[in-house]
Design a protein around this ligand. Structure first.
Ligand code: CTP
Ligand code: ZN
Length: 142
């Protein structure tokens, strides 16, 4: 199998559901990063059958809410000095700020400079509720 070397410093997003790696790559705008980024897709996995994985070898301010929205149940590993310094299992965010846009044209968040804030309404299907106008909507990021 193709082998990608370990990194000294950066972020490894592991256990991404097969097929979601490219969605996460796009959602995080990784094409704009100065530094090495690797997207591996379709890696054989005992637990998952197949999985995707992203390695980012640079300082990057990762929005874990966005990761949770696009790739829930992935694992974020922070790498420092060639070792995993922090491992975080990611789930669907209960609250999400500044990522989703309310679909209600009359909502105040679409007219004034206020924080866009949503709360998880249901997990299956994934739906969020706007904290300002109570509009319930699908997340279009998943
Ligand atoms: N990794 C890396 N560079 C490092 C350390 C780890 O690219 N310097 C990668 C590993 O290749 C792996 C992920 O980060 O894909 C997590 O590393 P590790 O916790 O060592 O692996 P596992 O124990 O298999 O992780 P888990 O228990 O979460 O499945
Ligand atoms: Zn709203």
């Amino acid at each position: 199998m193709i082998n990608v070397s370990k990194i000294r410093k950066g972020i490894v997003i592991d256990h991404i559901k097969a097929g979601d790696g490219i969605k996460l790559y796009r959602a995080l705008n990784l094409e704009k990063i100065q530094g090495v980024v690797v997207l591996m897709a379709g890696i054989p996995s005992e637990k998952m059958g197949k999985k995707d994985l992203i390695k980012i070898e640079t300082d990057f301010d990762l929005n874990t809410d966005l990761v949770g929205l696009v790739a829930p149940s992935s694992t974020v590993n922070m790498i420092e000095d060639g070792r995993v310094s922090k491992k975080e299992k990611i789930c669907l965010p209960k609250k999400i700020k500044g990522v989703l846009t309310c679909i209600n044209p009359a909502c105040v968040t679409n007219h004034q400079d206020v924080d866009k804030l949503f709360e998880l309404e249901s997990e299956d299907p994934v739906r969020y509720r706007c904290c300002y106008c109570d509009q319930v909507m699908r997340s279009d990021r998943g």
